[in-house]
Design a protein. Structure first.
Length: 224
């Protein structure tokens, strides 16, 4: 077992039954001209975590851990995009509209791709999801069950939207979940802070949180 110095207390996991889940590190959220920016956000904060996510992926890959990437994305027909989702807010471009990186949040378009520095490699699982949570309307639950995964380590964007939603879905399904604090980010620093506090409150009501250095130190201690 690997024991990570986490909040609110130690997070213990066996790498054989653990998956790293990297949420929505897509150009549409991280780069100018995509979905995040059309919603009125300054996307520069999100780009800043790319090197940390890359370091986390390197750790997982070096040890052969299961790696899952998710992409918030829709079928080109938008048959899986609820009108309520497409119509929400007052974005400059809506889901499916043509922007500088192709059609916003549409599968196969440049903007829906994961940024190069943390892109999936052969053998890693990629889940396209139409919602904020990665379990809704996807095969993620079945994939994890087949691999007998019981513990999930989370990174990605944005902390209080797709990451928190997926952690809550996972928590309700019985997974123990650790969020790597410096490998996740929000357009709103206060929301990131609050989301992490909500996750670890009440004795890990949703899960655990720790910086990447704590995971690296725990792994080094075990030589795992
Ligand atoms: N808007 C926002 O903060 N996030 C999203 O719409 N999706 C994800 O978090 N991936």
């Amino acid at each position: 077992m690997i024991e990570v110095d986490a909040r609110p207390f130690v997070f213990s996991f066996d790498p054989a039954t653990t998956a790293l889940v990297v949420i929505d590190m897509q150009r549409d959220f991280v780069e100018p001209g995509g979905f995040g920016e059309t919603l009125g956000n300054d996307v520069s904060r999100l780009g800043a975590i790319v090197p940390t996510v890359a370091r986390l992926l390197a750790l997982a890959r070096a040890r052969g851990w299961t790696v899952v990437h998710t992409r918030e994305s829709h079928d080109p027909t938008l048959c899986d995009c609820p009108p309520a989702k497409r119509g929400r807010g007052a974005p400059s471009l809506r889901i499916g509209d043509v922007g500088p990186m192709g059609r916003i949040l549409v599968r196969g378009e440049p903007g829906a791709a994961i940024v190069d520095a943390v892109a999936p490699i052969d053998g890693e699982i990629v889940i396209d999801k139409p919602g904020k949570g990665a379990f809704y309307a996807t095969a993620l639950g079945d994939v994890l069950r087949l691999k007998e995964i019981t513990h999930l380590i989370f990174a990605g964007v944005t902390t209080e939207v797709c990451v928190q939603t997926t952690m809550r879905e996972a928590n309700d399904r019985g997974y123990d979940c650790l969020l790597i604090e410096d490998a996740t980010e929000s357009y709103f620093p206060d929301f990131k802070r609050a989301a992490i506090e909500m996750i670890v409150a009440q004795g890990a009501i949703v899960g655990w949180a720790a910086p990447l250095a704590a995971l690296e130190a725990a792994v080094a201690t075990k030589g795992a």
